[in-house]
Design a protein around this ligand. Structure first.
Ligand code: ATP
Ligand SMILES: Nc1nc2c(ncn2[C@@H]2O[C@H](COP(=O)(O)O)[C@@H](O)[C@H]2O)c(=O)[nH]1
Length: 410
């Protein structure tokens, strides 16, 4: 006999999934009598998700049982843990992550991935010297790629971004960086930057809270994972204003972004702009100008950037930026993505074949049995921990009996 997971909510629909854990593999207490947790096997390990409840909602705690040694492992768990729901399922996907499907949750919160053997997890294992697993929320469709904007200090990145945010306030959201530099006049904590102490920021970097960080002109700057997720979760396209070192780190991370480098028309003009801004001391201006030469060379030659724009005349550069972002002739209102609203019920069963996951929910409404089926395509996943996992294809098959003809992309 095997440990049968009865679908979320335990409605008595046993699933015959390949990922059921055969009897005798888990220690006593994790047998078919135990409810409230879900298990999934990836490679030699059994991942147990849940296991306790507050009476209403199941926990999202994770335990790992190593089949080869017969021992429980204590992993470092990175990323934001999902808020518990009334029930969840766990399905291995692509041999490197587990899909956690939360029942009775909104479309925006029901798909989560527990990464167990992705490049990010392996890299963190090397860094931390422990077993690592990482949470990443799943996002339907490709969404709009985040945009990384880099360029030497004073070139006009902030000015261009401010124009974009003013014209498209609900389309774009700014990733608010952390920095150890002192606030300038009129800069607001939490809006322009999260101004922070160096020791605190260094600790948070060690704890894996940052997507990237770099020493820039003598101060520490960094993009927290939360800063990017806050924007993505608000349904907006994330804009990052970061230096070239940061852009390189993001390029090698799992965040699938577009990279734009802004150039000055000349170094003389750059110096003029930095001085006219009047926010730096002479010493700081000199340091920023020295760094500008290296940034300029790297930006233009490394192939790191997808696009290079020269900011000579501000309005011309802004129009070119909009063209790159496919915003010409568009207004903020017609940039809005269509809102997808559906709910996977607590009672559902789930099966996995050829990177297609079938979610089968049987519901009884007003005495009338109705059956519905969702199909989840996980063949083109992008991104992932420490950010969101995008590229989920979600289809509703409204009438089970009529088969795939009735398929509809959500
Ligand atoms: N095309 C332009 N022509 C003239 N002045 C400009 C132009 N673009 C921006 N400026 C001015 O140049 C100064 C520097 O611009 P901004 O602060 O946007 O640069 P930045 O690239 O964000 O700098 P930093 O990296 O230091 O934050 C500002 O005073 C801004 O008004
Ligand atoms: N690597 C990162 N660079 C960042 C980040 N936030 C801002 N920056 C870059 O720092 C310089 C200086 O900015 P300033 O506000 O002090 O003038 C500029 O090039 C920014 O692009 C970050 O999170 N990471």
């Amino acid at each position: 006999m095997s440990v049968k997971r009865k679908g979320c909510g335990d409605v008595g629909q046993e699933t015959d999934n390949l990922f059921d854990v055969p009897d005798g593999l888990l220690p006593a207490g994790y047998d078919s009598e135990s409810n409230g947790y879900q298990t999934a096997i990836v490679n030699d390990k059994i991942y147990v998700v849940g296991g306790s409840s507050d009476g209403e909602k199941l926990s999202m705690d994770v335990k790992i049982f190593d089949k080869s040694t017969g021992k429980w492992l204590i992993p470092t768990i990175l990323g934001t843990k999902p808020v518990p729901s009334k029930g969840h399922s766990a399905v291995p996907v692509n041999n490197d992550r587990i899909l956690i499907l939360k029942g009775d949750c909104s479309a925006a919160d029901c798909f989560w991935f527990l990464e167990v053997d992705t490049p990010y997890v392996r890299e963190q294992e090397k860094l931390l010297g422990t077993d690592v697993i990482a949470w990443s929320k799943g996002v339907a469709g490709d969404g709009s790629k985040p945009v990384v904007i880099s360029g030497p200090s004073g070139v006009g990145k902030g000015t261009l971004i401010a124009k974009l945010m003013k014209e498209f306030p609900t389309t774009f959201g700014f990733s608010v960086s952390h920095t150890t530099r002192a606030p300038r006049n009129k800069e607001i904590n939490g809006v322009h930057y999260h101004f922070t102490e160096r020791s605190i920021m260094e600790k948070e970097i060690r704890e894996g809270k940052f997507l990237e960080s770099a020493l820039v002109h003598g101060n520490l700057y960094g993009t927290s994972i939360e800063a990017v997720e806050t924007v993505t979760d608000a349904g907006k396209r994330c804009i990052l204003d970061i230096d070239v070192q940061g852009a390189r780190s993001v390029r090698s991370s799992s965040l699938d972004a577009s990279f734009i480098f802004i150039c000055p028309p000349s170094f003389e003009e750059l110096e003029k702009r930095l001085r006219a801004r009047g926010t730096e001391t002479e010493e700081q201006i000199q340091k920023r100008l020295r760094n500008a030469r290296a940034e300029f060379d790297e930006g233009k030659s490394s192939g790191l950037f997808d696009h290079i724009l020269v900011n000579d005349d501000l309005e011309t550069c802004y129009q070119n930026l909009k063209k790159l972002l496919a915003l010409n002739d568009r207004t903020d209102a017609n940039c809005q993505p269509t809102v997808k609203s559906f709910k996977i019920p607590v009672s559902h069963s789930i099966s996995n074949k050829d990177r297609k996951i079938l979610i089968h929910s049987g519901t009884s409404e007003l005495g009338k049995e109705s059956t519905s089926l969702f199909l989840l395509d996980v063949s083109s996943l992008k991104g992932g921990a420490p950010g969101r996992t995008r590229g989920l294809g979600i289809y509703a098959i409204n009438s089970y009996a009529e088969g795939l003809d009735d398929i509809k992309l959500l």
